[in-house]
Design a protein around this ligand. Structure first.
Ligand code: AMP
Length: 423
């Protein structure tokens, strides 16, 4: 299916894609959860689909994601979409369950699939996977700085290098409205030089002109007024605190006045993490403060919040580029090889006992020859093979073979678990 993939039980990176096998996914998820644990962040799980209205208000009806890229369906007169991101769903859950009553700041994280009907390319899929966090309930700059520190700690846990953290402040919707006007005025004498797309953007949302890729437009953008000039003193002070706190943590960043988000509920801090390993889709993760989202989706008063979202597939591309993607499934502790019907029955039951004792056990499920079973045990890299036939059964014994040395010994049936665990 276009823009989707299967995660196979294969180890390492699949031959024809950037998508690694499931061992690598499990390893990555475990590392991310471990970082979340250290920051005392709790996981939240919300439905894969949400009412279209929530997502449209939560992302903005004019964005590409909402206007062009939704996987939508209808049931019993209600319109739904597969979730394209998680900030609005998490805020919905926070409001719906009145998590504010628990007190303090709600520090929430998630891992899961998201859906956008984009044109697939390297690092861009239609079902992709994100991990992220949302801190809800504090406007303190420490909340912003810790959120960034959390995001960076994840990439550090993987040993990724060559990253660039871009930072900016968006101020308030009022400052952005004033800035939009200023941009329109600035570009007015240059309209003739703009592409059709840029002219439309100038009309609808001039902030989007700032990330134009057209060379001569970039030259114009370089001379354009800066949002920073329109941001209030309070917002500047907040931004100053975030930067001071990041400096204190030794987290390097570059200020980028062109890093903007057009939607009205974004406020103050905004950031993006890029990697030079990713090519055109260079963003590993992005986030910022969204103090006005709660009101946008139905709350009576603003709920200050900040968050980030990061792509798994891009993380894997970066890991692969740095040769850090090496998680593999562990081999079974022991493989059972049985000769004959009675022995096969015994092995089938004994496998269960060994599993109950915590051992990972491989067995034959196809009634294959002993030779084929040995070959399979080898293929699976089992360090120990337990061999049993009629003779051993009659003696209440089994043969344990250590695969690295080839050493074989006979063990009494009753001592089997202790013998395996003792090796
Ligand atoms: P966004 O919600 O658009 O800010 O995206 C957050 C992060 O998710 C990006 O920085 C990417 O790493 C990742 N991402 C977004 N869209 C896709 C996609 N279609 N395919 C793969 N990763 C994506």
């Amino acid at each position: 299916m276009k823009g989707t993939f299967d995660v196979l039980p294969d180890t390492g990176t699949s031959r024809d894609s950037d998508i690694p096998g499931s061992a690598q996914w499990l390893d990555a998820e475990a590392r991310i959860r471990e970082v979340m644990r250290r920051f005392n962040v709790r996981e939240i799980r919300t439905p894969i689909f949400e009412p279209t209205g929530l997502i449209a208000r939560g992302i903005g009806a004019l964005t590409d994601v909402v206007s062009k890229e939704m996987f939508a369906f209808e049931r019993e007169g209600v319109d739904y979409v597969l979730r394209p991101e998680n900030t609005a769903p998490v805020m919905r859950a926070y409001l719906q369950h009145n998590l504010a009553q628990i007190g303090g700041v709600q520090k929430l994280s998630y891992i899961g699939p998201f859906f956008r009907a984009e044109q697939p390319q390297k690092g861009r899929y239609r079902q992709f996977h994100q991990f992220g966090a949302e801190y809800i309930g504090s406007e303190d700059p420490r909340s912003d700085a810790e959120m960034i520190a959390l995001m960076m700690a994840v990439y550090e846990a993987f040993g990724i290098t060559g990253m660039r953290l871009r930072l900016n402040t968006l101020g308030s919707p009022d400052s952005r409205a004033a800035y939009r006007d200023a941009l329109r005025q600035y570009f007015a004498p240059h309209v003739g030089a703009l592409t059709e797309t840029s002219r439309q953007r100038l009309d609808k949302n001039p902030l989007r002109l700032l990330d134009t890729k057209v060379e001569h437009e970039r030259a114009l953008v370089a001379e354009a007024p800066r949002l920073t000039e329109f941001v209030s003193e309070d917002d500047h002070a907040h931004y100053g605190e975030v930067k001071r706190l990041l400096d204190g943590l030794g987290i390097a960043f570059v200020e980028d006045p062109l890093l903007v988000r057009g939607l009205d509920y974004y406020t103050r801090t905004t950031f993006e993490l890029e990697s030079d390993k990713l090519g055109a889709q260079s963003a590993l993760a992005g986030g910022g403060r969204y103090d006005l989202l709660a009101v946008e989706i139905g709350a009576k008063k603003p709920v200050p919040a900040v968050g980030f979202a990061a792509g798994f597939e891009r993380l894997f591309i970066a890991l692969h580029a740095e040769h850090l993607a090496d998680a593999q499934y562990a081999a079974p502790d022991v493989a059972l090889v049985a000769l004959g019907e009675r022995a096969a029955d015994w092995a089938f039951r004994t496998a269960q006992d060994l599993r109950a004792a915590g051992l990972a056990v491989a067995t034959d499920l196809k009634g294959r020859s002993m030779k084929a079973q040995m070959r399979e045990a080898n293929r699976q890299n089992a360090p120990l093979v337990l061999i049993v036939g009629d003779h051993e059964l009659d003696q209440n014994e089994v043969v344990l073979k250590q695969m690295d040395t080839g050493e074989q010994r006979t063990v009494a049936d009753a001592d089997l678990i202790a013998a395996i665990q003792g090796i």
